[in-house]
Ligand binder design. Structure first.
Ligand SMILES: [Zn+2]
Length: 198
């Protein structure tokens, strides 16, 4: 099924589900690890420091997962989250790994610097992660995650505003799904036409 993964037992089914959509990541070393708290986010995908200067095919990744999800003053355990929402969240992080894996070390360095200083770049990167997830057939899960955040009355307006500003909206996800669907249909029609031309 896959190799080179470290996955905490409590989230094993959701991680395996998300991984099943990404055959390209089958052997890529990825450690999923719980952390007490992560600045401004719930999960975070990054290269492991020890492998940072290795050639990209030897690079290893870590996906940090906050133990707790903060909604205003209340705390929720990540493991209490709806399964599809959690799967979508992990699918988005795996989208980041897809985005990283073909970048050179120098490319990753520039990437990291830009992420720190440019919100336009953050927007671009977050859209890329969602796009990878949707292209890999995960739109149902990605939409579940967005719905969880955007339609949750307990989540603060500030957090929602940040998500709206930086991430793709559910409407944009649907547009992407439709475009990808149309492309597929076009390809199939082309194939049929080719066949009939023979
Ligand atoms: Zn992200």
């Amino acid at each position: 099924m896959y190799t080179n993964k470290v996955i905490p037992k409590v989230i094993l089914p959701e991680v395996e589900k998300a991984l099943s959509f990404y055959p390209e990541l089958k052997d890529v070393p990825i450690t999923f690890q719980f952390k007490k708290s992560i600045k401004k986010s719930t999960m975070q995908a990054q290269p492991k420091y020890k492998s940072f200067f290795m050639p990209k095919h030897k690079r290893e990744y870590i996906i940090l997962i906050s133990n707790k999800f903060h909604i205003e003053q209340e705390e929720y355990k990540i493991t209490d989250m709806d399964k599809d929402v959690l799967t979508g969240w992990i699918g988005h992080e795996l989208g980041h790994v897809m985005d990283y894996k073909d970048r050179s070390t120098f490319g990753m360095l520039i990437f990291g610097l830009k992420y720190l200083f440019s919100s336009a770049h953050i927007q671009e990167v977050e859209r890329a992660a969602d796009t990878y997830a949707v292209q890999h057939g995960m739109h149902k899960y990605i939409l579940a995650t967005k719905d969880f955040i955007l339609n949750n009355s307990h989540i603060s307006p500030e957090y929602k505003a940040r998500i709206k500003r930086l991430y793709m909206s559910p409407e944009e996800i649907m547009e992407l799904v439709n475009t990808l669907g149309a492309k597929k249909t076009e390809e199939e029609v082309d194939k049929e036409l080719e066949k009939s031309a023979l």
